[in-house]
Design a protein around this ligand. Structure first.
Ligand code: PGA
Length: 256
């Protein structure tokens, strides 16, 4: 496996944080700290912050992404946002299948697949989240579970389209808990996902796909996680709201 074949992506997942004015301030604070990064830097923000975040990110190396999108182009889906609405705003990257969507909003592997399909059809790049709960890890089914989530979500996705998929391995027990997976645990599951991609697509597809780790990644533990051979970046929640911490993670990725 050659890590040099893959793009390294550090993406912030702001979740339900920051008003539009605060988003502008946060991007403005992050931008000078990450300007020399030689990895991709993304901030996924709440829908209402997209415009102000884009304005603040104009002319910088920060891409602004969204945190979800619906599978239909338009229609009677109160509270939802379509992939076309995002692209019409100049957004080109979206998180799909985050465990908080699965846990709190009834997202299933099947709805994740539908959202992935719609996002790809609209031309978006997808950060697809997969990961096991603590109970599933303790049952010893992490590998099977994560492979199944990956396969279902990517059902119907071609090898060409896979170039616009980033997979984020996010153990649910590590998200927002301060409990990070060990570097070995993170690498092991990222490797399992890569093997799954090799079995469904090809070794070249597996070698080329970016697989991030997410779950309490922070300024202190990022370097060790990102140095792992199968960890090609991070999806960062809490620490993405702290400019210095986020910049430290970006720096670690560049060196990792
Ligand atoms: P965390 O969130 O870094 O706050 O654990 C990661 C995520 O949910 O993407």
């Amino acid at each position: 496996m050659n890590k040099a074949l893959r793009k390294v992506v550090i993406a912030g997942n702001w979740k339900m944080n920051k008003t539009p004015a605060e988003a502008k301030e946060l991007i403005a604070a992050i931008a000078p700290l990450v300007k020399d990064a030689d990895c991709e830097v993304v901030a996924c923000t709440p829908f209402v912050d997209l415009t102000s975040a884009q304005e603040a990110a104009a002319g910088t190396n920060i891409q602004i992404g969204a945190e979800n999108c619906h599978w239909e182009v338009s229609g009677a889906y109160t509270g939802e946002i379509s992939a076309q609405m995002l692209t019409s705003m100049g957004v080109n990257i979206v998180i799909i299948g985050h465990s908080e969507r699965r846990q709190y909003f009834g997202e299933t592997d099947v709805t994740v697949q539908k959202r992935v399909r719609a996002a790809l059809d609209a031309g978006l790049t997808v950060i697809l989240c997969v990961g096991e709960t603590l109970e599933q890890r303790e049952q010893g089914i992490t590998s099977e579970l994560v492979a199944m989530q990956t396969k279902i979500a990517l059902g119907g996705v071609t090898e060409e389209e896979l170039k616009r998929i980033i997979i984020a391995y996010e153990p649910v027990w590590a998200i927002g808990t301060g409990k990070t997976a060990t570097a070995e645990q993170a690498n092991e599951v990222c490797h399992t996902i890569r093997e799954c991609i090799a079995s469904v697509y090809s070794q070249a597809a597996a070698d080329g796909i970016t697989i991030q780790y997410g779950g309490s990644m922070n300024a202190g533990n990022a370097a060790e996680l990102l140095a792992q051979p199968d960890v090609d970046g991070g999806l960062i929640g809490g620490a993405s709201l702290k400019p210095n911490d986020f910049a430290t993670i970006v720096k670690a990725a560049t060196e990792g």
